[in-house]
Structure formats: structure tokens, C-alpha cells
Design a protein around this ligand. Structure first.
Ligand code: GDP
Ligand code: MG
Length: 510
């Protein structure tokens, strides 16, 4: 039977046949089946107040994740798409309790309904938001250390000891790089006993507006710092990219209300000295004053929504020509850094969703086989091994991690080139080839031919060590894949031999 194994779904069925009398194992395998069908599971992690819930709202485009401290921010919360809004508590021990959906001025109010965070294993929220169709978003309690109670709730979830992480990928928010952040990211990379070796994390330099104490050029400073972390810090081996983000601005932009636009327009219309006086500090902005007709309570609410930076920027954008709330909203989002982050998620995580899920599920099945040995487990193990070694997507993922952590001895240029060709900067063909998206087929074919020549020669060079040869072979295989995509003549027929992991999420995940 093992000869017929074609994909991950079949591995699950094989394991299912072994364990049909074991209720727990059946439940675990059902979970894996569901995981393969679902869109990408993307978790947002980081220390308390890093801006996780705010970013989640910005990604969803609605204010549904509670921000700041409340009890429910201490529970891992899943947000999924469904035509109707619902809130369900999953208690430890398996019981599920539906909670009423309460909305207050456009936001979801999550309250614990008498439960303590300790009682609730996770909260599931469904919401009719378009953004959730392609991604399941997961908000996690802040990580302070890998042992403390709230942290433990996050780390049990993101870094379980024996099984793969329940998240397919994470966005890790940090304001500075602390030892705790590095430890967490290392642990995430090494989940499932170091078997993963996959870089499926992106770091976000969050609250970027606060970096230059709210000055208008704060985001530029943040971008420079992010670039530095990306180039030479410890983060390089742990995250695929470091992206600066002003999350509060992104959230405000994506959820801007007409009344807020009108208030900002009033600020923008003030005589310059009055405006400068008001916006000099948070304290001055919320003091009693004759400089504006906006009441103190309105100004407090504005400050909480936009931050001082957002208020200054909002006024500047209106003065610079944003005439309607939607124009202002759009410009705020553009300035916030949200778009590059969304693009990253789409190109690096969603485009690899099938491979990321396959990897996690195969590791999970493997852990099950190790935990509950039965006659016949060797067949399943063999099937997993074959699938892993034949799946080019999975090999690209591990190679990407290897290039970051244990780079082979090739020139820095070749290293960067290899990384791009195997999809390290995005999986779209022009990105891999380093070409403009509008480049024509001929141009693509020319680069493909040059790459094949270069990497085949390097593979055959007597100076290349084994690791380098392995790298070259995989890169050549990736380029051959591109060649067959654009219909180049120079493929040696090796393409086609690989398994394509298509049994995964049918809709949404791509
Ligand atoms: N200035 C500023 N404040 C932010 C930003 N993101 C979040 N905050 C504020 O920081 C506090 C904590 O944010 P929250 O999203 O709850 O952080 P979490 O604990 O990581 O989920 C809230 O008061 C947010 O309004 C940001 O980009 N800039
Ligand atoms: Mg939070």
C-alpha cells in the first residue's frame, strides 16, 4: 500500500487505519485533516503591549480584537471567517460555551462572562470579514518569559513540546530586540524537537511611530533600524524579514470614522501656532484650552485612537490634500507599513501555506507514531519520509532555513542569489528571477538559461564541497521548475519527478 501514497491526506488516512480504536489519536488526526482544509493559520506573538491586538484589527480591518490589558487578552483567541459573527469559549476539558456577540460603536466587546482566563483553553471568534477568508488569525497573550503564566499560555500554544506548533506561521512583534524575543524565536524555529528547521516567522518592528518620539520622520528612522536588524542582527537567522510598522496608525486608517475625519480636519484647519501648541505633547493635547472647540473628552478619544504621531500626520495629510475620510484613510494605511506586511504574508506565507501545513501535519503524525507504537507504523513512517524528500516545496523551505543558519561556503553574491531563486524574497516567478513583474517571457527565459548554466557549473566544480553541491542541485531544480512554467527549451526533463502537495486547503489557502 505504501507505493500508492501520493500526499499528506493519504498519510493521515494510513495513520487513521492504524489508530481507529484510539479515541485520542482519532481526534488528533481529525484535527490535522481540518488543518489541511483550512486557510493559513497566522499567529501574532510578542511581549505584552507590543501592539499585537492592534495589528490584528488592522489586518482584519475592523476592531474586533480587544486591545490593552483585560482578562480576555490573556487567552489565545482564534479569528475565522464565517457569514455570521459568533464567540465560543473552549474550556479545558473539552466543553464549549457560546457567548453573546456584543458590539459597541462598531467594535466587538469580548467579555469573559464570569470565566477566568485559567478556565478557557481558547476563544474562537467567527466574523464576516473578507480579510479572514484567506487567513485564520490567532491573537496570543504577551510573552514575558518562556515560563511565566500568561506567557505559558502563549508558549504552550505556539511552542508545544511534542507536536508541531498549531500556527502555520507567525508575525512576531518587537520594539527592540531583547534576549526573550530571540529565545522565543529560536524555540519557535525548533518546535517539534528541532525537526522543522523552517523559517516561518516574520519580525515586525512595532509601534514604529514612537521611535522618533512621534516626530513626522519617525517611520523613516524605524525603517533604518529594521534594515539594520535584518542585515546583521540575530534576527536574520530567525525571521525571514524585519518590517517596520505603525500599527495604531494602520488600525485607525482601516477603521476611520467620518466623525474622526471631521475632528482631524478641524485640527488641520487651525492657525499654525495654535495647532503646534496643541500637538506638542499628549499632555498638552488633552488639557483645557481655547485653541480648539473640540472638547477634552473628544480629544482624549482621538489621542487613544491615533496617538500623537497619528494626529500630527493626519493633520498634515489633510493639509497636503486628503479631502475625504476615505482619502485620508488610504494615505494613513500607506504610511503605516501595513501594505508591505500584508504583501509579505501573501507572498511568503500564504503562497507556501500548503507546504507549511504539510510539514506541520507530517511532523504531527510522526510524533503520534513515536508515542503510540503499533504494528504497521513503519509503513507510515516510510511514506512520510518519501513524501518529505520528494516534495520540492518542503525542501525549499528547509534550504531557506539552512542558508540563514548554516550557510554553505559560497560567495555572498551566490548566497543571496540562491536565496532569491528558492523563493526567499517571494515565491512569484519574476521575484525569484529578480525581474520586473512586467518583464516578458524572453527576458525570463534568458535569465533562467543563465541561472541553469551558472548553478550547474557550480555543482560540477571540483572546488564545491558537499553542502554546496546539495545547494546547487536544489537551486537548479527550482530554476527547472520555472523553466517548465515559462516553457523554456533548456529543461532536462527532471521537473515532473516531484510530488506536488495539492491535497491541502482547497480554497483560501493560496
Ligand atoms: N503609539 C502607538 N501605540 C500603539 C501602537 N500599537 C498599539 N499601541 C497601543 O499600545 C497599547 C497596547 O496595544 P495592544 O495592541 O493591546 O498590545 P498587545 O498587548 O501586544 O496586544 C494600546 O493602548 C494601543 O493603543 C502603535 O503602533 N503606536
Ligand atoms: Mg493583546
Amino acid at each position: 500500500m505504501s507505493g500508492d501514497l501520493r500526499d499528506v491526506g493519504e498519510v493521515i488516512e494510513l495513520a487513521g487505519a492504524l489508530y481507529e480504536d484510539d479515541e485520542d489519536a482519532v481526534a488528533v488526526l481529525d484535527g490535522y485533516r481540518a488543518r489541511l482544509r483550512e486557510p493559513l493559520r497566522l499567529a501574532v506573538a510578542g511581549i505584552v503591549k507590543a501592539g499585537k491586538s492592534t495589528l490584528l484589527n488592522a489586518l482584519i480591518g475592523e476592531r474586533i480584537a480587544p486591545t490593552d490589558a483585560g482578562e480576555c487578552t490573556r487567552v489565545v483567541t482564534w479569528y475565522r471567517h464565517a457569514p455570521r459573527a459568533s464567540v465560543t469559549f473552549h474550556l479545558h476539558g473539552g466543553e464549549q460555551v457560546d457567548q453573546p456577540v456584543r458590539r459597541e460603536s462598531g467594535r466587538l466587546v469580548l467579555d469573559m462572562g464570569g470565566y477566568r482566563a485559567e478556565d478557557v483553553a481558547r476563544i474562537e471568534v467567527t466574523w464576516p470579514s473578507e480579510s479572514l477568508r484567506s487567513t485564520v488569525l490567532i491573537d496570543t497573550p504577551g510573552i514575558a518569559s518562556l515560563t511565566e503564566a500568561n506567557s505559558a499560555r502563549s508558549t504552550d500554544f505556539l511552542l508545544p513540546e511534542r507536536t508541531p506548533s498549531a500556527a502555520d506561521a507567525i508575525i512576531y512583534l518587537l520594539r527592540h530586540v531583547h534576549a526573550e524575543d530571540v529565545r522565543f524565536l529560536e524555540a519557535f524555529r525548533d518546535t517539534a524537537a528541532g525537526a522543522s528547521e523552517t523559517v516561518n516567522a516574520v519580525a515586525v518592528l512595532s509601534r514604529a511611530d514612537e521611535i522618533g518620539s512621534g516626530r513626522i520622520d519617525s517611520l523613516l528612522s524605524a525603517a533604518k533600524i529594521a534594515e539594520r536588524y535584518k542585515r546583521d542582527g540575530e534576527l536574520r537567522a530567525l525571521a525571514l524579514d524585519v518590517i517596520p510598522l505603525a500599527g495604531l496608525l494602520a488600525e485607525a486608517g482601516r477603521t476611520l470614522r467620518e466623525s474622526e475625519f471631521i475632528a482631524l480636519r478641524e485640527l488641520a484647519g487651525l492657525e499654525r501656532r495654535a495647532r503646534d501648541r496643541l500637538l506638542v505633547s499628549a499632555d498638552r493635547f488633552t488639557r483645557a484650552t481655547n485653541d480648539t472647540s473640540l472638547s477634552v473628552s473628544v480629544r482624549r478619544a482621538l489621542l487613544a485612537r491615533f496617538g500623537l504621531f497619528g494626529l500630527r500626520l493626519g493633520a498634515a495629510l489633510i493639509r497636503g490634500g486628503a479631502r475625504t475620510s476615505s482619502e485620508l484613510a488610504q494615505r494613513m494605511v500607506e504610511q503605516s507599513g501595513l501594505v508591505p506586511l500584508q504583501r509579505f504574508v501573501a507572498e511568503q506565507f500564504r503562497a507556501r501555506a500548503v507546504a507549511l501545513k504539510a510539514r506541520a501535519v507530517l511532523q504531527g503524525v510522526q510524533a503520534l507514531l513515536d508515542d503510540i507504537p503499533r504494528a504497521g507504523t513503519d509503513d507510515v513512517r516510510g511514506a512520510i519520509e518519501r513524501l518529505t524528500s520528494r516534495s520540492h516545496d518542503l525542501r525549499e523551505l528547509s534550504l531557506l532555513a539552512e542558508l540563514r543558519t548554516r550557510p554553505p561556503r559560497v560567495s555572498a553574491d551566490d548566497l543571496a542569489l540562491a536565496e532569491r531563486l528558492i523563493g526567499g524574497a517571494g515565491t512569484a516567478l519574476p521575484v525569484r528571477l529578480g525581474l520586473h513583474p512586467a518583464a516578458g517571457r524572453d527576458e525570463q527565459r534568458a535569465v533562467i538559461a543563465a541561472m541553469l548554466t551558472h548553478w550547474r557549473a557550480l555543482a560540477e566544480s571540483p572546488l564545491s564541497d558537499r553542502q554546496t553541491v546539495g545547494l546547487c542541485r536544489l537551486v537548479v531544480r527550482s530554476v527547472e521548475g520555472m523553466a517548465s512554467e515559462v516553457g523554456s527549451a533548456s529543461v532536462d526533463g527532471a521537473a515532473g519527478a516531484d510530488v506536488v502537495l495539492t491535497s491541502g486547503p482547497a480554497q483560501g489557502a493560496r
